[in-house]
Design a protein. Structure first.
Length: 305
């Protein structure tokens, strides 16, 4: 039985563990040759270990698939190029890039250091730029290709103690949108997935209050393998007409996120003063306000399906 990715080559960053590993295994199962990128760093981005990437690669090969391990750090533009070079050298082409690599350095805003900010932005956002940019000349030449970026509801909705991570993940949505627009004439598409899954990246969430414990329990019920089928679909030719979208996977539920759009407006031909804004504009717009303390648990308050 042919898989939906037969003959395709997919590069997946952060594919040694968690969601990235599950996407790699699924893409291989669907027939793709896989570049398994993972430098094996700790959750905060420190250290390095070839074990995770090689283990995923060995598991794919043992199951009869094709894979090659790559240990590049996506935050380094020179190293990032080797991910695509390995695809060309070992498998002769590149058809899809899954930007999944990420690190966390959580801190409440008033305690977040510049290094915490810089390191997370460099891996989660600049890393996606580096790998995507490296693949772009090949996509343009063959007039096809798919970019899949793993965003987060931490960016789409918000989360406490993650200003760096939230900014990077919402930045990924803007990056994906720009790629989709710029690359459409070349037949290249770009989409985002916001995953709900229990993994190393979510295991640091606090579980001190009853509300936090309930949130963690819901996440623990959602396994990383549930994200993989959508990623495989977006990497395949089945999604050739799908671009510039933000999807979300929550166990067995697939959602489509809206982009920011105007929801209310008020106009005055003679213009506004600060006092008039306070007295007229804000009361008129307030029903459309998001709650000040909103996080994803408020939006997804129901148990995963």
């Amino acid at each position: 039985m042919r898989g939906v990715l037969d003959g395709k080559v997919v590069a997946i960053t952060g594919a040694g563990r968690g969601i990235g590993r599950e996407i790699a295994l699924r893409c291989a199962l669907e027939g793709a040759a896989v570049i398994v990128n993972d430098p094996g760093v700790a959750q905060e981005g420190d250290g390095g270990d070839c074990g995770p990437a090689q283990t995923t690669t060995d598991d794919i090969v043992a199951a009869g698939g094709r894979a090659h391990a790559n240990l590049a750090n996506v935050a380094d533009p020179q190293q990032s190029v080797t991910i695509i070079e390995d695809a060309m050298q070992h498998f002769g082409r590149i058809d899809a890039v899954v930007n999944n690599a990420g690190i966390l350095r959580d801190a409440i805003w008033h305690k977040m250091s510049y290094e915490d900010w810089k390191s997370v932005i460099e891996v989660n956002l600049t890393g996606a730029f580096n790998v995507s940019r490296a693949a772009t000349p090949f996509f343009r030449q063959q007039q096809s290709g798919s970019f899949i970026h793993l965003t987060s509801t931490s960016g789409l909705i918000g989360n406490v103690g993650q200003a760096n991570y939230s900014a990077a993940k919402l930045g990924l949505v803007a990056l994906s949108q720009s790629i989709a627009l710029d690359m459409a004439p070349s037949g290249v598409r770009s989409n985002c997935i916001a995953p709900f899954a229990w993994s190393r990246m979510t295991s640091s969430l606090p579980a001190d209050t009853p509300e936090q414990k309930q949130r963690v329990a819901r996440l623990q019920a959602m396994s990383a393998d549930k994200i993989a089928p959508l990623a495989a679909y977006l990497a395949s030719d089945l999604s050739v007409a799908v671009s510039n979208q933000v999807f979300c996977v929550r166990k067995n539920e697939i959602l489509l996120f809206s982009k920011p759009r105007p929801i209310r407006s008020i106009a005055k031909l003679e213009g506004w003063t600060a006092k008039a804004i306070a007295e007229e504009v804000i009361p008129a717009l307030r029903p459309g306000f998001a709650r000040v303390d909103e996080v994803s648990a408020h939006v997804f308050a129901y148990d995963p399906i």
